[in-house]
Design a protein around this ligand. Sequence first.
Ligand code: FEO
Length: 199
Amino acid sequence: MFLYITNIYKYYTKKSEPFQGYKMKGWFFIMNEKVKDLLQQQVNKELYSAYLYLDMSNFYTSSSLDGFAHWFKLQAQEEFDHAMLISQYLQNSDIDVVLDAIDAPNASYDDFKKPLTMALDHEKYVTSLINDIYSEALANKDYRTGQFLDWFIAEQAEEEATAQDLIARFELFGDDSKGLYMLDKELGARVYETPSLEL
Ligand code: FEO
C-alpha cells in the first residue's frame, strides 16, 4: 500500500511516470485512448458478426435447411452477447458506449458450403482484431484489459475450431442428400449456452 501511494505521488509530481498509458485520476483507472477506441470499435465488429451470421441463417432458411439456419441464428445470438460483454466492460470502466452504424453483410452464397468457409475466414479476422487490442493493452501496461481479453482469446480459438469442424463435416456428408439431411438434424439440436464470462 505504501509503495502504491508513493507511485501515485511520483506520478502527480512528475518525478517519474510509473503508469505509462495506465493513468490514474484520483483513485480511478483511466483507460488509454487507443485501447478505448479499439474496444469501442470491437463492439461494432461483434454486432456486425451477429448481423453476418443472421444473414447466413436467413440463407439456409430460404434453402429449407432449418438445422443450419438454427445453428447460425444461435451463432448470431452469441456474437450479440460478445458485444454486450465488451460494452459492459467499458461501462464498468466508466466509459460511455457509442454505437456506430452496422455495415450490411453484403454477401452472396453460391452453395451450401459457402457460408461455412466465410464463417471461418470471418472468425480468423475477428481473432486478429482481438489480438490487436490485446497487444495494444499490454503495450500500455493495461493488464486489466489484458485479463478481460484472455477470455476472448480462448473463445476465438474455440470458434475457429468449431468453424473448421463444420467445414470438415460438410465435406464428408454434404454432397449426399441423406448425409446433408442428417447433418441438418444435428445442427438443429444445438442448444444456446450463454458466455461463461461474468463481469
Ligand atoms: Fe465474437 Fe465469433 O467472435
